[in-house]
Structure formats: C-alpha cells, structure tokens
Write a protein that binds this ligand. Sequence first.
Ligand code: GLC
Ligand code: CA
Length: 554
Amino acid sequence: MSGGSHAGPSDWYKDAVIYEVRVPSFYDSNGDGCGDLRGLIARLDYLVDLGVSALWLLPLCPSPGRDDGYDISDYEGVSPEVGTLEDLKALLDAAHARGLRVITELVLNHTSDKHPWFQRARRAPKGSPDREWFVWSDDPSRYKGARIIFSDFEKSNWTWDDEAQAYYWHRFYHHQPDLNYDHAPVRDAMLAVVDHWFALGVDGLRLDAVPYLYEREGTSSENLPETHAFLKTLRARVDERWEGRMLLAEANQWPEDAVKYFGDGDECHMAFHFPLMPRLFMAMRREERRPITEILARTPDIPANCQWALFLRNHDELTLEMVTGEERDYLWREYARDPQARLNLGIRRRLAPLLFNDRRRMELMNALLLSLPGTPVLYYGDEIGMGDDLALGDRNGVRTPMQWSPDRNAGFSPADGSKLVLPLVTDPEYHWQTINVENQRRNESSLLNWTRRLLRLRAKHPAFGRGSAIFVDAGTEHAFAFVREHEGDRVLVVCNLSRFYRPLSLELSRWKGLVPVEMFGGVRFPEIGEGRWPVSLGPRGFCWFELKPPEPAA
Ligand code: GLC
Ligand code: CA
C-alpha cells in the first residue's frame, strides 16, 4: 500500500532543498480570493525552475482557522478553502512527476476545541475513556514547571471549561486543547493519521510542536522520556510500512535536547536547528563568526541516517527562545527597533525587511543557509525579497499572498481585492507592483535569478547535503570559512561578515596542492601551497570554491 512515486535513495532528504508554502497565499485557481491546491499545481513549474526539490505545505486539514490551521478539526480531510482530497492526490502526482517531494503537517500535540474528540470529551463523565482523550484537572496549578509559549496571548496553560466543569491543558492557544498521550486510544488514533497521509503518498511529515506530547509534575513537561518512547514507536511503524518516508521534528530546543529527536537514528530523520538560526542573524549584525561557530561546536554529532533542517525564516515569528536574555535584547534592539515587530519571544518580520533590504546581506545569509551542514528550508516569497505587513495581527504579516506579477492582485487571484485571503504588501519599498516574480524573471541580476543560480550550483555538489564540515581559520574573527567534503567532492566556503573589504589568509594546508575554482565563474585561483592561502573579499562578500586537483601539465 503505497501511493505516488518514490524513486531515489531512501535518504533523499539529505540532498533536498525544501520550499515552505502557505497554500492559501500561493496561487488562487478558482477566483475566490484564497490560494488552493489546484493553484499550487499550476505553479509547480515555477518551483522546479527555481531549483527546489521538496515542498513543505502548511496545514491543509479542516480547521476553524484560529491558528492558521494548526487548530485541526478533522485529521483526515482537506480544508474546503484549499480544495479536496482529490486535489491533494492530483498535487502529489503532479509533484512526483516533476521529481518534487511533498511534506505535510502532523499536528500531534493538540486539536481544535471544535474537534469532535474534544466535544465528546468535555461531555463525557469524569474518568471515562472518552473524557481521557484530553488532559483535565480541577486544579489549575498542576504542571507549573511548563512555560507559556504564546506569552502575548495566554496567561495560563489551563482553561476552564463550563461544559466539562474542569480545566483542560493547552500549551498553545486556549482553543487548542492538548491530546492526552497517556491514553492509549490517542496514540493509536495518531498512528492511524500517519498511515492515512503516507497512504495518500506524502513523502514526509513535519511533527509540529513535538516536545510537548506528555506532561509530568516537577518537570518542564518538554522532551520527556515518554515523548521519545512514543516517537520510537511511531518511527518503527514508518520503517515497517512506509519505506523512504521522512519525519521532521519541530523541536524548538537547545542542541543537546534537539538531537534527542534523532534518537539512535530510530526517531526522526530530520529536526530543525532552532538555535543556529538567531545566531546567523547575530553574526551578521556583530560582523563576526563566533555566534555561529560556538553553537555549531555545541551541537553534538548526529546519527548517520539523520539530517538537520536549516532555515532563516518561516511562517512564525523569528523565535528568540534559544538565546540568552542578553542576546535576545541585543537581537530585539538590532532587528526589531519597532516594538510592533515583536511578538511573544520573537520578531514577526520577513527576511528582506530584517536584513534592511540589503542585497549583499540577503546573498550572504542565503549562501550560509545553502552551504552549512544540513538541508536548507526556504520560505515562499523570500526568493524575491518580499516584504511584510506589521498592520496585520499575530503572524499574518509574514503570510501575505505571493507576488507573481504587476497585474491585478499581483497575479495571485482574479478576485475582488477585498476578497483576498490576506491583503497584498503595498509598502512602497516592497510594493507588489515592483517586487514580483515576473519583473524579477526579466531582470537577469534579480534576487530571484541569483537564487536560481545558487541553487543550481548547490545541486552539482553532493558535499553540500552530505559532506563533513571542517572549519578553517581565516586570520580574522570577521571571516568564516569551512570545507565540505563528500567522496572526493570538496567545496570551500569563505564569507566576509564585515561591512568592509578584508584581506583573509586561510589555513588550508591539509588541502595543499589543490586548486580552488570559484563556482559562479569557473575562475581558477592560485594553488594551495605551504603557507596560508590569501584571498580578499568585499563587504559581506562570500565565495564558493570547488577544490580540484591541478590540471596535468600540457
Ligand atoms: C508550531 C507552528 C505554529 C503554531 C504552533 C501551534 O509552532 O509552527 O505556527 O502556531 O505550532 O500549533
Ligand atoms: Ca481559491
């Protein structure tokens, strides 16, 4: 029982470049103002041309939509706004026919309060099996060790329910009751949900909010051994039934806790590297490599069949949970001077506005994202440098419609402008009439075309996805350099984090005799010799070199 085509190695996720799509904001095929699955099918060729190899689709299931679909009311359906199960199957076929994999969401931790399971539970007698699907208490002071994640919106992780005459537990919004994983029928139900999506043919599942499945008194109720035990059961099921499929953990945790989601190679195949992300922004602002090298040094090795997922931005606020209080204040001060840009413990902005709409910074950050050890995840719209809209509430400002062309509604939808799922960005600096795919296609030096070229270079070198990483001294704190190696494929990455020109001298003696060839232009640089290898880079410049043996003398 397997849907779709799943050719290629079972660890395809190591070579992947993932593109995160919010379907309602991508392309509207039927003119109702909301993007949909048919619309995404119509835009697959754009994504193939861009050079990504996997799509991660934000929640598709029916939902009241109070947390953008992360509040699910039916785990096996598709929200009518984006289409039908048939449309989803058509999307999977169309994607697979183009060699694209598709990753969807598995929201394990909580449901919507409108989900029939919750409606049944709140009416069921206390202590009855139906009631036990969720976590109830008469006393709202239990599990005090658990932090409040949506700190701008919620005061407690407990909410009183009149119908049930009890408090129920929720780690996120109060309308998202947590499922009770101590109750065996819950575990079975979620395993069945996994089977449902893999049977349809999806290639991977992102495990939303996975650290919070269990709660225990006297702990933070995160990363508990019980949670890992459940994940091992889930993985064993996938290995047994769903060859070549992938599990991606969303665990916003310190490296030593995050790596536990790989288990011994018997939990998740992938996990997001949350602590690295804010440190890339810190390194950019401080113009020194230390924040990056320190967090990588603190990151334990991972099992051979596993891979980090790296990202700069996503559909949420840029989270500053995995930094110290001092670092958070620094990042808020430097990247969110406007208090409106702050949300919970983070910054609700897109990549271009965060980087002052500075092309050099965007290129350098993307070059790091695409060359550090792991699989890069791009957020839709960032490839054209889309802006955001702070006037929209919560995280909606980074979820506005994709800007396709200078035509009506940015080519996103033929609907009346007032019917659009979210308004288009009209800030003059990022206006959709200027920042859009069509304009950038025409301009050979646009960010879009630059990104395409970078992705093509990356695709030629398996070392980026699979290689070891050796960090090399470049003679200054302001530079960051490393070599990636995989089965004879060798790539040297050199970055100048500073805003000034810099002469660098690289300690490359173990690659003595090899010739660095710059990848964009194919220009051969001087052979690596005895001493340090000198190279100069412009402000926030970077180079990708292939290290090649010298050409035999003619
Ligand atoms: C994850 C999602 C976020 C959502 C939360 C609760 O963190 O990325 O968008 O609000 O889970 O489901
Ligand atoms: Ca539509």
